[in-house]
Design a protein around this ligand. Structure first.
Ligand SMILES: *[C@@H]1O[C@H](CO)[C@@H](O)[C@H](O)[C@H]1NC(C)=O
Ligand SMILES: *[C@@H]1O[C@H](CO)[C@@H](O)[C@H](O)[C@H]1NC(C)=O
Ligand SMILES: CC(=O)N[C@H]1CO[C@H](CO)[C@@H](O)[C@@H]1O
Length: 284
């Protein structure tokens, strides 16, 4: 999504969680996680780097007590299938038809031309920080009703052309990206179908590292003005500074097409009235 490069793309609502994580963690701790996401994680450039990033995510999920598994799916390179990492924090209703699953996700692969620190090492770092917040020792006695799934998606970025004919090129043919998330949704839908459980929404963290409060530091696709005139106006008034996070919401019913909300969150803003957080509380 070009419109939201250098900002954050979130389905449903992020903010409160992110802001509290931010205030509870130290720069040092964030950096130590981010350091694991500073090499180009693309199999065309450095397959080992992607593997290392994945291993770190799996280890972190497991170290924090998540029931962890991987989802493997075909890519346009037989030697390197796509691999999503999924970690489950169970709730009271896990495995029953009363469950209403919440997903928090981010992608760990990168484009070929960048080490992907911001896109999307920053999103993965936020994902792992959120996990740490949910599973910190003082939260061990907490209980929650619904399953929370932490997901690190693979093959989100556009895949280069391959010699494999389009029809045979599996789940991630050129020029498509978003392959890991598509695979995850397919499999989750199947599992929801079989258990009868519901789905509350997903929060997707993306490219949230940049902060620049000098005027005209924030660049956009010209489409922003058409799609989000109000947001554009806000940015205009703020002299196009890059000093905000953006939150974009889509409703479950209109998943395919319509974006129903867009909001800038200035650093100063602690809560967001128009965003209803359907997220399981940290401690109930
Ligand atoms: C699909 O998801 C289920 C859990 O919802 C998981 O146990 C299983 O391994 C996944 N299957 C594949 C093929 O990725
Ligand atoms: C899940 O169930 C819906 C409604 O019954 C159906 O349309 C859909 O194809 C099913 N999806 C999967 C992946 O099983
Ligand atoms: C710019 C970009 O690559 N955005 C993606 C980051 O990851 C999420 C989740 O996989 C995608 O939804 C974004 O499109």
């Amino acid at each position: 999504m070009e419109v939201c490069r250098k900002t954050v793309l979130v389905l449903f609502c992020l903010t409160a969680v992110w802001l509290s994580v931010e205030s509870m963690t130290k720069t040092q701790s964030l950096r130590s996680i981010l350091d694991h996401f500073t090499s180009t994680r693309n199999v065309y450039v450095d397959p080992a780097a992607k593997q290392r990033a994945r291993d770190f995510i799996v280890k972190t999920f497991k170290d924090h007590g998540l029931h962890t598994w991987t989802e493997e799916f075909r890519s346009n390179q037989d030697k390197y299938p796509g691999v999503n990492v999924v970690g489950q924090l169970p709730g009271r209703y896990t495995g029953t038809s009363d469950d209403k699953i919440v997903v928090i996700g981010s992608h760990y692969d990168s484009v070929q031309t960048s080490p992907g620190v911001d896109d999307n090492g920053s999103g993965i770092t936020a994902l792992l920080q959120t996990l740490m917040l949910y599973t910190s020792p003082d939260k061990l006695k907490c209980s929650r009703d619904h399953t929370l799934l932490f997901v690190a998606f693979d093959l989100e970025e556009i895949q280069p052309s391959s010699n494999v004919p389009y029809s045979l090129s599996g789940n991630c043919p050129y020029p498509r990206g978003l392959c890991g998330s598509e695979y995850f949704v397919k499999n989750l839908t199947q599992s929801l179908n079989s258990t009868g459980a519901g789905f509350q929404g997903a929060l997707v963290l993306e490219t949230i590292l940049n902060y620049n409060n000098t005027p005209n530091s924030q660049k956009f696709s010209p489409l922003l003005k058409n799609y989000f005139p109000q947001a554009y106006q806000q940015l205009f008034t703020n002299k196009f500074r890059g000093d905000f996070l953006s939150v974009i919401g889509r409703s479950y019913m209109t998943m395919e097409s319509s974006l129903v909300g867009y909001q800038m969150l200035s650093k100063k803003m602690k809560t967001s009235k128009s965003l209803k957080l359907a997220f399981p509380r940290v401690c109930v």
